[in-house]
Design a protein around this ligand. Sequence first.
Ligand code: DX5
Ligand code: ZN
Length: 218
Amino acid sequence: MGEIQITPSILNSDFARLGEEVARIPGADWVHVDVMDNHFVPNLTFGPAMVEALARVSPVPLDAHLMIEDADRNAPAYVEAGCGSVTFHVEAAKAPVRLAREIRSAGARASMALKPATPVEPYEDLLAELDMLLIMTVEPGFGGQRFLDLCLPKIRRARALMDKHGVETWLQVDGGVSLETIERCAEAGADVFVAGSAVYSADDPDAMVAALRARAEE
Ligand code: DX5
Ligand code: ZN
């Protein structure tokens, strides 16, 4: 397992002041940027031009989570936009191995996401191609949803597969992660934690990042 990393999602921050919002979390490891196209998920956020502008001002690297159709064609633009990590959904990719290799060779970390109903076992042999696996702990589309405990066994199985193959792939969880739920995820084997509403509804978002980290490290 890698070091614990905390990745606030700006989805529930103030979109009119994104530059200031990312400046409030200097203690984070990454900033999680949720890109939604209103097709893969029933919500719409931003595209490569806005992500590029944010990458220029963010104190920490961007972790793009692409909830968009046709990932094969659309993902490379987010590497070009300056993201340090780019996550595509396997449900939206026609050739995930080719895409992961393309993201890596363009200079970013390549990551693949699984929705709650998508099993991890069929992708066991792909883990070595990935820098990170994202296991969604809500149905993607919106911040502020309740954590799905039914995803915990999959986190455990993913960690076991990573151990079996001896890969250094990070295991990220996203959705409903809070002071209340982060321990369960860490205990199951996650090492990278996205937290949206938990961080941006706090009076001091950077203090919440530190509190989440401490709770995951316990
Ligand atoms: C949901 C997004 C998440 C979201 C998390 O589809 O992928 O990154 O911002 O928000 P919380 O932490 O509030 O569930
Ligand atoms: Zn996300």
